[in-house]
Design a protein around this ligand. Structure first.
Ligand code: SF4
Length: 679
């Protein structure tokens, strides 16, 4: 049979590169880049090139599975859905809607996420709906919503080429968002100034004009110090502040306490570097500021985000091309899962789930009553399970045992659950705890849309038939809703789901499948006033009127090194793997490059401990213990070790701290204290 190429979108990071899925004999046999794609322009990184391995027949679950003792037996869809209906109905009868919940999926389509949250709210009548944004960019949603009125990247990836200054804060896009990383390198090559803020000497830091190598967890102090210098020298954007911002006086008062000398002591960054960075950023014509999880994954994550917002607003770097505040969302559709309301506090389009008018709107549209109590986060559901109050959970395509903090506690909570349903393509560490596993179609086996980190909603297309009995999440939700006697979810095609969600999601209101295809995707808000979408947010106004400057105090990480646990540990991502590794680790090419988890340590620290490269070591924290091998590098400062979180055989989240941000419940994955011992 001839080879065909079906256009789609890479299923890995939030960059959203265009790929062509090459198919033959009903299987995906390879990928190729799409030449005229607006973001990737004919490029892919090694993960993108390896897509076919993640969706191939090897390792796939292709039929519903029901637990029988310590293993699983195959079952029909009817039997599996009947069992789920019976169990969840009994929890609703005995404990009410707070006893059940759903963890949706940042890798699934918008259509799937819409259906999952609709099932939760309209069928189970619960707002206990969350997904992995909780542990990556929930502080971006909360922080930017508070300061600007919208919790998403303000500009577009293409704006990097319009910037004369690029700032990268707490991430290494050459590892995590490689095509964006290469755009930043190009920007540097054509003469833009590059500023990197990171405790590690990343690849981009080596190219940077200024590398602010701050101590772990000192983001707010650093930014307050930069603002102190900017205000002190009159480098702020007076016109922008007067016209578009509020609370400048409060911010000025707060940052006046953060003198350069004091900030240098807290952060370890020399005063002259602070002044140099403040000058470069505030004097820029257009400064593109991107940040990652080195900003968000702290118990002060929301404050860190608001602090970045303060800096950008004071310098007038919002609402214009080439500039902005740009969170680099991790997973391919984590933006879309947020847009679709797979969060406890919001319906699709960020409509407040606790507002009776919003509840009425959705209740009328869906023809049934909806949830009316505040929902729990994913970690909140697990905590409630530990207390015996939360009974039934559905997890879609996520692997919290590998990705959530304090793995031992997560496993205990999953064991305490009465009933766990996991919807998955392959057996994962979390699926091993399930009572029922439902086989999920891969992105190559379905139609739908993904929304990338720059708010671009793009079409994916079914390239091959679903394997075995696999189904899309929206199909499963429709069948299960029928068992509960709730109608309105018996869609026949992904396009029907999309048309329904567009009607209820104002920021998507002028989108349709044909329009997305014609335009290579559309960036929200895409409304009657802006039918071609929005490349840059806040050009003239903020949805909240004036932008809010928020005075913030610096707080150190919750756990700091001491005599028992003398190193800081931070978790990182590697170029060759993605998320929990359930897809990229199926690729022999990627697995050959980085086959196992490792501990990175400073060369001198290693020498002091008598360690050699690849020596076996144990790493322990107050929460867990693991064994791995050490790689000695000069890119980490002394006293700091790092571990990737992709590897279930060396699970760094055995060690991490689950202390949480009070606003978003984001756990502090980026900083905890550990001990390293030679084995
Ligand atoms: Fe895929 Fe991200 Fe690589 Fe692009 S940069 S090919 S979206 S993993």
């Amino acid at each position: 049979m001839a080879t065909k190429t079906i256009p789609s979108i890479c299923p890995f990071c939030g960059t959203g590169c265009g790929i062509g899925l090459r198919t033959r004999d009903g299987q995906v046999v390879g990928v190729e880049p799409i030449k005229n794609h607006p973001i990737s322009k004919g490029r892919l990184c090694s993960k993108g090139w390896s897509t076919a391995f993640g969706v191939g027949p090897k390792h796939r679950i292709t039929t519903p599975l029901i637990r029988e003792g310590k293993s699983f037996r195959e079952a029909s869809w009817d039997e599996a859905l009947d069992l789920i209906h019976e169990q969840f109905s009994s929890y609703l009868d005995s404990h009410g809607p707070q006893a059940v919940g759903m963890v949706s999926c940042a890798r699934a389509t918008n259509e799937d996420n819409y259906a999952i949250q609709k099932f939760g709210r309209a069928v189970l009548k619960t707002n206990n709906i969350d997904h992995c944004a909780r542990i990556c960019h929930s502080p971006s949603v909360a922080g930017l919503s508070r300061t600007l009125g919208e919790g998403a990247m303000t500009n577009s990836i293409g704006d990097i080429e319009k910037a004369d200054v690029v700032v990268i804060f707490g991430c290494d896009p050459t590892e995590s968002h490689c095509i964006i990383g290469s755009e930043m390198i190009r920007a540097k090559e054509r003469g833009a100034m590059l500023v990197v803020v990171d405790p590690r000497q990343t690849r981009l830091a080596k190219l940077a004009d200024v590398h602010l190598q701050l101590k772990l967890g000192t983001n707010v102090a650093l930014i307050n110090g930069l603002l102190n210098i900017i205000f002190d020298r009159g480098w702020e954007d007076r016109e922008f502040l007067d016209a578009r911002c509020e609370q400048e006086d409060l911010l000025r008062k707060q940052v006046s306490q953060y003198t350069p000398k004091k900030v240098s002591e807290i952060t370890g960054v020399p005063v002259d570097q602070l002044i140099q960075a403040a000058r470069i950023y505030s004097k820029a014509r257009a400064a593109f500021l991107a940040y990652g999880m080195g900003v968000t994954q702290y118990a002060t994550g929301t404050n860190n985000v608001m602090s970045i917002s303060n800096l950008a607003l004071v310098c007038g770097q919002v609402g214009k091309s080439g500039a902005g505040i740009n969170p680099l969302r991790g997973q391919n559709n984590v933006q879309g899962a947020c847009d679709m309301g797979a969060l406890p506090g919001v319906y699709p389009g960020y409509q407040n789930a606790n507002d009776p008018a919003v509840q009425k709107k959705f209740s009328e549209a869906w023809g049934t009553s909806v949830a009316n109590k505040p929902g729990m986060t994913s970690l909140g559901m697990l905590e409630s399970a530990m207390q015996g109050q939360f009974m039934g959970m559905m997890v879609f395509g996520e692997d919290p045992v590998v990705t959530d903090p304090d793995q031992n506690q997560v496993e205990k909570a999953l064991r305490k659950l009465d009933f766990l349903v996991v919807v998955e393509m392959v057996m994962t560490e979390t699926a091993k705890f399930a009572d029922v596993i439902l086989p999920a179609a891969s992105f190559a086996e379905k139609d739908g849309t993904f929304s990338n980190c720059e708010r671009r909603v793009q079409r994916i297309r079914k390239a091959v038939e679903p394997m075995g009995q696999c189904k899309t999440d929206w199909q499963m939700m429709g069948l299960l809703a029928e068992k509960f006697g709730i109608g309105g979810m018996d869609w026949n095609a992904a396009e029907e789901v999309f048309d329904e969600l567009v009607g209820l999601t104002p920021i998507y209101s002028e989108m349709s499948y044909p329009r997305l295809a014609e335009n290579h995707g559309l960036q929200w808000p895409c409304t009657r006033e802006k039918p071609q979408g929005s490349r840059v947010l806040h050009r003239k106004e903020f949805p909240i009127g004036k932008a809010q400057l928020i005075p913030l105090n610096w707080l150190p990480p919750a756990e700091n090194p001491d005599a028992d646990f003398p190193f800081y540990l931070t978790t990182i991502r590697l170029h060759f793997h993605y998320g929990c590794g359930s897809m990229t680790r199926k690729s022999p090419i990627l697995e050959r490059e980085t086959p196992k988890g490792v501990l990175f340590m400073n060369l001198q620290d290693g020498a002091n401990m008598g360690l050699y490269n690849h020596a076996p070591v144990s790493v322990s924290s107050r929460r867990g213990y693991l064994e791995t091998r050490v790689v000695l590098i000069e890119e980490l400062p002394q006293g700091l070790v790092s571990m990737p979180y992709h590897f279930n055989d060396t699970p760094s989240n055995q060690l991490t701290n689950d202390v949480q941000d009070p606003i978003t419940k984001m756990p502090e994955l980026k900083a905890c204290a550990v001990k390293v011992t030679a084995l």
